[in-house]
Design a protein around this ligand. Structure first.
Ligand SMILES: *[C@@H]1O[C@H](CO)[C@@H](O)[C@H](O)[C@H]1NC(C)=O
Ligand SMILES: *[C@@H]1O[C@H](CO)[C@@H](O)[C@H](O)[C@H]1NC(C)=O
Ligand SMILES: *[C@@H]1O[C@H](CO)[C@@H](O)[C@H](O)[C@H]1NC(C)=O
Ligand SMILES: *[C@@H]1O[C@H](CO)[C@@H](O)[C@H](O)[C@H]1NC(C)=O
Length: 214
């Protein structure tokens, strides 16, 4: 009996839930933010450029560290090649605790504590395990949900007077993730390490494209 009741409730709630989600997603878009607000997708040079010892570049502290202590990085990986962005820049320009309200709270706290500074959010993202197929990985609906909810949190903070001027998704491509190497995927674009580092936009990249359309 209890199961039947639960099932019925679920049936009743599902369509309403979907309807709400759709309404919110279409009306929450680029125009919900000021014109001079900057959006982007970020990464750090070491985490995707590769070409660690080319073009006159000497070893960085991370080159030295990863080569000297491969055991410190999961799976012993390093950024020597990474996503090879250095050579390919022309072709593209797990479980974490997710708590969007925390972003709003942090923004409000920063406003109060540091006398209302201009704030750019340079990294906001979610990682998942590098152990799934490409087809499954690019359907990253949990990442779409993550960005949707975090951008709503940013907007709420701005309504409360926090001076946020930009938001950068972390990251553009799956990257070398410090202690985790390439065992995590963070990008809004999938990198196929087994097929010449080909890139595929994930659902999150397509969502952003739609979100940013004017
Ligand atoms: C963006 O949202 C506004 C409402 O906030 C809506 O009027 C507009 O049509 C939406 N734009 C797109 C491209 O969906
Ligand atoms: C992938 O890794 C995650 C985290 O370690 C684990 O929970 C999940 O079961 C793994 N999935 C597969 C298909 O191995
Ligand atoms: C990530 O996954 C790919 C494809 O399964 C594999 O080829 C690669 O070795 C993995 N990377 C690491 C560092 O585990
Ligand atoms: C570790 O790297 C090897 C190749 O060096 C790969 O086959 C394997 O899938 C990687 N393991 C994980 C957990 O990513």
């Amino acid at each position: 009996m209890a199961m039947q009741v639960t099932f019925l409730v679920a049936l009743l709630l599902l369509p309403i839930h979907l309807l709400n989600a759709r309404t919110v997603i279409t009306s929450f878009n680029r125009s919900s933010f000021p014109d001079d607000f900057v959006f982007g997708a970020s990464s750090a040079a070491y985490q995707y450029e590769g070409a660690a010892f080319e073009g006159g570049k000497g070893p960085s502290i991370w080159d030295t560290f990863t080569h000297k202590y491969p055991g410190k990085i999961l799976n012993g990986s390093n950024g020597d090649v990474a996503e090879d962005f250095y050579h390919r820049y022309k072709t593209g320009v797990s479980a974490f605790y997710v708590y969007p309200k925390g972003l709003r709270d942090l923004l409000e706290y920063t406003k109060k504590k540091y006398n209302n500074p201009t704030i750019y959010i340079t990294e906001n993202g979610i990682g998942d395990a590098n152990n799934s197929t490409r087809i499954k990985s690019i359907k990253d609906f949990q990442r779409v949900d993550f960005y949707h909810r975090h951008l709503l949190a940013v907007q709420e903070a701005m309504k409360l007077g926090v001076n946020v001027k930009g938001f950068f998704a972390w990251s553009f491509l799956d990257t070398f993730e410090w202690g985790s190497g390439y065992t995590l995927r963070f990008g809004i674009c999938y990198v196929d390490y087994k097929d010449g580092l080909k890139r595929y936009p994930k659902s999150s990249a397509l969502w952003f494209k739609k979100f940013l359309r004017k």
